[in-house]
Design a protein around this ligand. Structure first.
Ligand code: SAM
Length: 223
């Protein structure tokens, strides 16, 4: 089995810049254009996986704003806030809740070079009090206009690209796959190169085959 060299090169160049230590937790953002825009920004910034909590169990939908980015950024679904938080904290993430309350601090005062998760709230209500009480730090983007808040996807972009700026300044932005653990890198490379086959392997609970430098593999070897 093989993949076109240009396609393989493109996939590798994107995967090489992905980071497992930068993410977002999105709470109840259900408008397709907002969710799509956040995922598109995650893709552009190099976020490997995003997190989502939906208390209403609404089905997530994406529209053309996503430009297919939902295929390239994994979205972890969490049914309950407590489960999302403990999962992220176990992975060592510092949680920055985005709120406009009085305990919130200017987002420019923090260092986002280590494991960072920006927690984003619903269009109408913002973050739930439950979630606010569980974050490590509340932050806000200063506003100077008549309108009190930004669109949630705009806020996500500002914060993620601030993290990118800081990491670039420190010379720690990944360029050769060092932002992912090696197993995750190879697993994702296979899924991105051969998405339909990856589904078949998953269904039969088989391990993906290892790709060679040309992105080829021997299917027989894995039967
Ligand atoms: N009335 C809501 C509130 O008080 O939070 C406004 C929600 S706002 C439209 C939707 C989400 O966008 C917020 O929960 C937050 O995640 C993000 N957001 C919007 N403006 C922001 C700002 N200035 N600073 C930080 N986050 C912001």
């Amino acid at each position: 089995m093989s993949i076109l060299p240009r396609r393989l090169e493109r996939i590798k160049s994107v995967l090489n810049c992905r980071m497992q230590n930068l993410t977002v937790l999105i709470e109840d953002v259900n408008k397709p254009h907002n969710l799509s825009a956040i995922l598109r920004t995650c893709d552009a910034a190099g976020v490997f996986e995003a997190n989502f909590i939906s208390k209403t169990n609404a089905v997530k939908t994406f529209n053309s704003t996503a430009q297919g980015s939902q295929k390239w950024v994994r979205l972890n679904n969490h049914e309950k806030t407590i489960m999302a938080i403990s999962d992220l904290k176990n992975k060592g993430f510092k949680l920055y809740g985005t709120t406009l309350n009085s305990e919130s601090a200017d987002y420019r005062n923090f260092d986002y070079c280590q494991n960072t998760c920006f927690v984003l709230g619903a269009e109408k209500w913002g973050l739930s009090n439950e979630l606010i009480s569980m974050v490590d730090q509340s932050i806000f983007i200063p506003m100077r206009g008549m309108v009190q808040s930004l669109n949630v996807s705009v806020a996500a972009s500002i914060l993620l690209f601030e993290a990118i700026r800081q990491r670039k300044d420190k010379g720690i932005l990944p360029t050769s796959g060092e932002g992912l653990n090696i197993d995750e890198y190879h697993k994702t490379l296979f899924e991105w190169c051969y998405p339909e086959l990856a589904l078949i392997y998953k269904k039969s609970a088989k391990e993906y085959p290892k790709l060679n430098d040309q992105g080829e593999f021997d299917p027989i070897e894995n039967n």
